[in-house]
Design a protein around this ligand. Structure first.
Ligand code: C2E
Ligand code: MG
Ligand code: MG
Length: 474
């Protein structure tokens, strides 16, 4: 009898414990499910809604079968956020993102919804048929709120944002298209009015389509190796000797004709074609330089423009050295033109790359000097051989005293750091004479020669340029 009772008690206790653990299990599963559901629709860094939720929400508005209710979207893009992450670290970047999310949310009325839809972009859904004035008011309040200083430890941080605005007046548009329109408007705002806002207009779609058509034509031209180079002579100011040729890439679009390189180089950079373009340019320029050496064209170096995108690739050094080897050009006959924007990224890495190439004999010139990064500290630590004064300064040198002073200071500094200095875009005899007086080492510009097709670059070119120049002075 006791035994039966004892077994019964043990059984009941077991049942009780099993029931309790089952309840616990159910609870913990519910909690996990809740967490999963939360994470599926929220951004785990900032706690606001995420991209998936935002897109679903927009699509649901369409799905009712009824006319879509009117709404507007404000798309916030933080300006230069990558720079903050790179220079101050991800912790500070994360902190700023959280604060931005809080700040936007704190200024929204009920019915509005904010989501972080990519690393540095926040979208705001504004219900109702708001006119431009109402939306402008709201955006201005939000931009001001986001850009207030934030304190982090003993640092005071600020971040600006640009905003693209689009709405579906009277429910006319597919709801996801409104997000694309806001994105186009944001990009335009970043280009023409950083820190401000832009409303979407149909012209933006037309421009995007044109740009996409250009991008695919460029892709085809690269596949078919249809890009080619022109070369602009660089001259020693005192002697009139040609010391180098700058290689400048050219593209003849099958219907539109010649497209300016600033336009298609930028497309190549944004659409992931810069490496291919850069490889082709480097290869053509090195091959051509070897041919000139064989033909007896006098020059020291061929200068090749290198974009930051190419330069930061991990195999850049290897690629340049391989190209030199394959084409037979010696390293000291190659100069790479880089821009100051390179030094806004990983400076230590840039230095390593430059040193590795410089050790072999490759020289570096800073293109468009004076237009970019304002710190000059990098100059003394890096193997830079040449400063190329931007043509904006040269254009003004005979008219505007501040340009003249900038050119003078750059020359002094370049020479003090044992660099040579070249003036770009020299167009008039007056500019040439003044630059000579200022002790500028080299010059390049229409006064001497426009960029030329390779067939025009013959051993006689130097004499021809001298003659033209004398005729110009006479
Ligand atoms: P950049 O490297 O500063 O090249 C100098 C630009 O100034 C060239 O324009 C040249 O034709 C122009 N130029 C030269 N002398 C004068 C002058 O006296 N007056 C005026 N008004 N302009 C002059 P281009 O060929 O249109 O190239 C524009 C920019 O496109 C280049 O500026 C460079 O940033 C980029 N680019 C050209 N080729 C390449 C390339 O192969 N790779 C890369 N990454 N960028 C390139
Ligand atoms: Mg250049
Ligand atoms: Mg330049």
């Amino acid at each position: 009898m006791w035994l039966v009772l004892a077994l019964l008690a043990v059984g009941l206790a077991g049942l009780f414990l099993w029931n309790r653990s089952l309840k616990k299990e159910v609870k913990s599963r519910q909690k996990i499910e809740e967490e999963v559901r939360y994470l599926a629709f929220h951004d785990d860094l900032t706690g606001v809604r995420n991209r998936q939720y935002f897109k679903d929400m927009l699509q649901d508005l369409d799905a009712d079968g009824e006319k879509t209710p009117p709404f507007a979207l404000l798309l916030f893009g933080l300006d230069a956020f990558r720079l903050i992450n790179d220079s101050l670290g991800h912790k500070v970047g994360d902190y700023m993102l959280k604060r931005v999310a809080e700040r936007i949310q704190s200024r929204l009325e009920t019915g509005c919804e904010v989501a972080r839809i990519s690393g540095d972009e926040f979208a705001v859904f504004v219900p109702g048929d708001n006119n431009q004035v109402a939306l402008t008011n709201l955006v201005e309040i939000l931009i001001a709120e986001v850009s207030k200083p934030m304190s982090h430890g003993d640092q005071s941080l600020t971040i600006a944002s640009s905003v693209g605005i689009a709405s579906n007046h009277e429910g006319a548009l597919d709801t996801l298209a409104v997000l694309e329109y806001a994105d186009l408007a944001l990009h335009r705002a970043k280009e023409v009015n950083p820190g401000g806002y832009m409303f979407y207009c149909a012209e933006m779609t037309a421009q995007m389509n044109e740009r996409q058509a250009l991008a695919s034509a460029l892709r085809e031209a690269l596949n078919n190796k249809q890009l080619y180079l022109e070369y602009q002579p660089q001259l020693v100011m005192g002697s009139g000797k040609i010391c180098g040729f700058e290689a400048l890439v050219r593209w003849n679009h099958p219907e539109k004709g010649r497209i300016p390189p600033n336009i298609f180089v930028e497309i190549a950079e944004k659409e992931g074609m810069m490496i291919t373009l850069g490889d082709q340019v480097l290869n053509m320029a090195c091959k051509q330089a070897v041919l000139w050496q064989r033909q007896g064209v006098g020059f020291e170096r061929v200068a090749v423009n290198v974009s930051v995108k190419q330069f930061v690739e991990p195999d850049f050094v290897e690629k340049v050295l391989n190209t030199l080897e394959q084409t037979g050009l010696s390293a000291d006959a190659l100069e790479l033109e880089i821009t100051e924007s390179l030094f806004m990224g990983d400076l230590a890495q840039a230095k390593e790359t430059m040193l590795a190439l410089n050790e072999k004999g490759v020289q570096f010139a800073i293109d468009d000097f004076g237009t970019g990064f304002s710190s000059l500290l990098y100059l003394k630590n890096l193997p830079v051989d040449k400063l190329k004064l931007d043509q904006g300064f040269i254009r003004e040198i005979t008219k505007d005293n501040s340009s003249l002073q900038i050119v003078k200071a750059s020359l002094q500094m370049g020479h003090a750091l044992r660099m040579s200095v070249i003036a770009e875009g020299v167009e008039t005899e007056e500019e040439r004479a003044l630059l000579m007086e200022l002790n500028c080492d080299q010059a390049q510009g229409y006064l001497y020669s426009r960029p030329l097709p390779e067939a025009f670059i013959l051993p006689e070119l130097e004499g021809e340029i001298k003659q033209n120049l004398e005729a110009e002075c006479a």
